[in-house]
Design a protein. Sequence first.
Lengths: 977, 464
Amino acid sequence: MKKEKPTFWRSFNHLENNQEYQNFLTQEFPQGAEQLSDPVTRRNFMKIMSASAALAGLTACRMPKETIVPFVHAPEKMIPGTPKYYATVLSIGGLAKGVLVENHDGRPTMIQGNDKHPSSLGAVNEFDQASILSLYDPERLKISSHNGAPQTWSQFETYWREKSATFVKTKGEGLAVITNSNPSITFARLQKDFVSKFPKATWVSYDALDTSNIQEGLKLIQSKNITPFYQFDKAQVVVSFGHDFLGTDSDSTRHQKGFSKRRRVRDKEDAMNRLYAVESSFTLTGSNADHRIKLNPSEMDSFVLAVYQEVAKHVSLPKVGGTPNAHGHDSWVKALAKDLLAHHKNSVISAGKASSPQVHALVHLLNQALGNVGQSVFYTPTSNTDNLSSLVEKAKNNQIKTLIVLGANPAYDTAFDLSFADVMSKSGEVIVAAIAENETTQKANWILAQSHALESWSDALFQDGTQSIAQPMIRPLFDTQSDIEILNLLTNLSPKQGYEIVRDTWKGQNWNQILHDGLKNGSSFVSVAFSPKGSIQIEESKHAGLEIEFIPSASTLDGQFANNGWLQEMPHPITKISWDNPAWISPSFAKKNNLKNGQMITLSKEGRSLTLPVWIVPGQPNNTITLELGFGRSVCGSIGKDVGFNTYQLRSHKHPYAESGFEMKASSEVVTLANTQDHGSMEDRPLVRMATLEAFRKNPAFAKEAVEHPPLKSLWKEHPYTEGYQWGMSIDLNTCTGCNSCLIACQTENNIPIVGKEQVNKGREMHWIRMDRYFSGSEEDPMIVFQPVACVHCENAPCEQVCPVNATVHDEEGLNTMIYNRCIGTRYCSNNCPYKVRRFNFFNYIKESPIPTSKSKLVQMSNNPDVTIRFRGVMEKCTYCTQRIEEVRSHAKLENRAIKDGEIKTACQSACPSDCIVFGNINDPESEVSKLKKLEQDYAMLAEINIKPRTTYLAKLRNPNPEIEDHSSSSNHHGSH
Amino acid sequence: MSQISVKKAVETPLIEGNPTFGSITEKISQITETWKVPNPPVWLLGFGAALSLLMLLGGSIGYLFWRGIGVWGVQIPNAWGWAIINFVWWVGIGHAGTLISAILFLFRQKWRTSINRAAEAMTIFAVMCALVFPTIHVGRVWAIYFTLPFPNQMGMWPNFRSPLLWDVFAVSTYFTVSLLFWYVGLIPDLAILRDRAKTKARKIVTGILSLGWRGGNRQWQHYEKAYLILAGVATPLVLSVHSVVSFDFAVSQLPGWHTTIFPPYFVAGAIFSGFAMVLTLMIVVRKAYGIEHIITMNHLDKICKVLLATGLMVGYAYTIEYFTAWYSGNPYESFIFKARAGGQYAWAYWIMFCCNVFVPQVFWSKKMRSNIAVMFIVSILVNIGMWFERFVIVVTSLAQDYLPSSWDYFTPTFWDVSIYLGTFGLFFTFFMLFLKFVPMVAVSEVKAILPQADPHHHEGNHHE
């Protein structure tokens, strides 16, 4: 041990570094996540007591030391400390998202939207942003291997040269490739080459979040391979049949942008769109709807038919067979149809990927009949996806000699009845390219270490025809190659740089300009005319037993982000649970079966069964249990391993999103689930102030009038805050969808640590901005409202008055600042904060993190160098992104000008896909934020205690159809759980 | 006036058994001089137990410093937990001693002399225990000196608007004055020990500590003046220190904390708990050391009456808070009081209410006030109740404040408990040492209230 340490070392860091580096290299299979726990066993106790008694005098009072090494040869045009921004494109869930990546001294630190790109329009979602952390995941594959032995790329090349020679002879007989859908143009080109080289090979592209029902549905009414492209900014009336376009839809960023455009109300004369949502479990779309109907999944088809038939009474629509059933909402359906007809060419009807092909067919027939096609709904070609089951058949007959898996994880995320483990064991040889260890690499012969998207050259095609080039932000951190490079190697047998491969695709194009802008505009919309090719028959819903609905995870998507700590710790928008995926049950189901939160149940049907805890979610259909996919990874990095429950085990190939006939057995065991919001009721407090559009028009000042209070007098002369810049924020609750994008943006920007399940359960999550979620109305049919809450920078800040050491004080621009060096951690400020937005470093969350990888130097590369890392024992909170203010200020100063309105964007603001956060100088009456604050619906939460918050809210509005009288339009608040 | 007091003293002698000056000196001084009788053999056992708890405290604090505040159950919103509860609880206990010594001295309550020394010692040790908590509960204990107003190169001063800073001054002043007061009272008794000392070491130590006391007339004159002045200084401190502690809560804006009744309510509660602790300790000490004739049933009876009175005061405070909450029309305030009595922490509220309001009512009965077992149990229950009072104040208000989204339930951890228990170790270690090495009764003061100390003693006797 002693010998390994260098004789001369410059700092303790050097010593530690060495050790860490050693671990880093040797630890191919890192150990499972240790939890920060205090197991007080007798031995442990004695150990700790004696150690701490001995060490009591030497407590760790020293900050960790850092060594800085300057460049010997500085790269050109690089100013140390000044970030650069590069346009690129990220492909998550098969969708190309144009982004701007902030790059500090050669390392990407933050992902923001590219406002020129139609899929982003300047915003990003939480997955895009969290990709940064996945890039720096120290548990990624660092080197390729063959049967456990590390291999170089040239070794693989030699191997494949030999292997492929035999396949060339057989034209690819026995060769199979599996990928996830990939919007890359170059990838598609190489795929074509591969298939022409090995024509008999099987090429399967699948997604765990399968969208084939959409294409199949459209095939019922026309013949092309197309997929719809919705433009919600073109619709006054929006109807969603289980389509969570504001939430888990991969294109949600663009949808939110468009939807919020028609949702925003500034003046009482302004129009506002109306959203009808018909769904099973609560989604973000449902919670933002003016009218929501909850149905068991099996009831959806007949309900859509009921809407279809109702509309068909007034416009000509093709005949469709089946029995319509409004499931008790007949007047609702009538009113909806009337509303749709009144908004010709001005509505959108959409259905989610879970809906049956028939429903999709009806939806598009309706859109056509209502004149929406070409107005708010467009169609774009899509590639035909092969069926995974055909490959499975071949494998079972031992027809597959070599199976290549490129980036996908079929051993985890395919349906249980495909039994993919068998496929792998029956395939002669398995080659898996992956970014990190997963269930599929575990059973592979060859494991190829794949580069992260931010390390690779690539390109992508967005559905509307926009093409983009993806450029690497950093050299591959490990000995990895990108998917394109690997595919090129597989096809052409000789390695080639990703840059050259992509350049080949883009020959003759204005490369530099496209690279700089991040896109090349184009249109790929096709004109369509729908008429049923055969008879469409809506089948009678027949269900017995419990229904199970499978939904994508809000934090891991389909499981690919399982090892991402930011996302795992992000509370689910609806349940507010982090680090878990309990089964959602309705309150009455819980009552009937005597279940309580966290109680374990076993769901079973025909040989499959899964035991997992339950969580009571108001607004859940009574006979439906909702399961989130993407958890319970058995082979994964230490963050995602065994977090939650693998619900794929219950998922069948035929019914990927909903299936009935399950049985439930309750056990008495109760487990702890880490949820960040225990209390769902607003307790009749005027926190989120809400009215219907109609009521708002009658009394625009309703929000201000919600609280009566005596004149607000201060004990002392208040600081006037009338000079210079005075920062303030306005948050529009009307357009906020509750999507969590701001939360991850803040985490990325401000180096907010993850604390792990146990700490979250103790109420110690560190998020500076949190998304409060309240239920109102009845338990069975509630309404959800969201409210993002961060430090509101009170002018009369209660936190400042009680800090004994002046560690939190106001600056002259109205920011409530935190001086970490001065803070001694009395936590009095938190107690006196009426919003409870202050966060405390109960432990040294970086160094002593329950997440073993948090202290890795690699993860620390994701940190924003403009923001201090906080030590244990200090308080922290939202700073209004003071580092961004200073950056802009220094630019403005250099140019000898004032800061322009809109020049500073806080991280949450820039990420927000519905543009509900506006930041600026409230001292300038012309600034956008000042104008918003002058609106009549502007209100300050808790203004009655005279704290003068700088963040104010614009009241939430609902636009219910006056002809529908349902529970969700009533605004009386009842306590839920 | 003197006529009346003399008469009273004669009617019910404060010290029973008609001891002489010498016997009292002998009785009390002897304890400090020998390991044999009257020292009870259980002393060693008690001391050992206290010492091991003290080691638990040391170890727990070491672990706390090593790992961070996170070892406790504190969280957001309950950023304060047991540490602050224990702090207020111990400060409260530390009220009785100075009250007995100073205020009762000013009011010429002569019965105080038998118990004031031990009560003051209790005060000092309790305040020491209390001071542990604000020190260790900060996140960065190595920077705690930032709270002190000292000139520094940063030109930074503490925030004089923060009640926590007032706490620093109030409690440290109180501790200093209490210590000084105790020590001044000790001087004549230390001189007695010096005069009786047999070993060289004892002679030197007591010689230095007794500051050259010879008991001359002029010394007594100065001494009594100094004692009077200190009593005068200490008296407002008794009221101020807990008022200032209550400001930690009252000055904040939290529903349930932001209440003007807090200063008197806290002072009453502090006296209540302090007297309860005195009662607990005296019942044991007088029995163990066989000084029942010095600390008499009469003393205990008076303590019980104080308990009854202060118990009614806190009962009034508990009740009037509900009236205020209702009368204010403040929805947040009304909510928190409803939640206290009927919410998730109702169990804590009702423990508090029963122990502090209902239980002391037994002392309306003279019979109960002369029943040692009852008194002992009540005194313990009162201190449990007073701990829960602070629990109710600190935790219920934090757990459910303005935004329901941040509400959370507070659960203590092992380390919360171990540090609390550990402070009992600190307290009893010092208290056991005090019992063994310091005259536990103010010998010279007790002698002064013996009938024979009265210059008119013989005269009076004669008259009878």
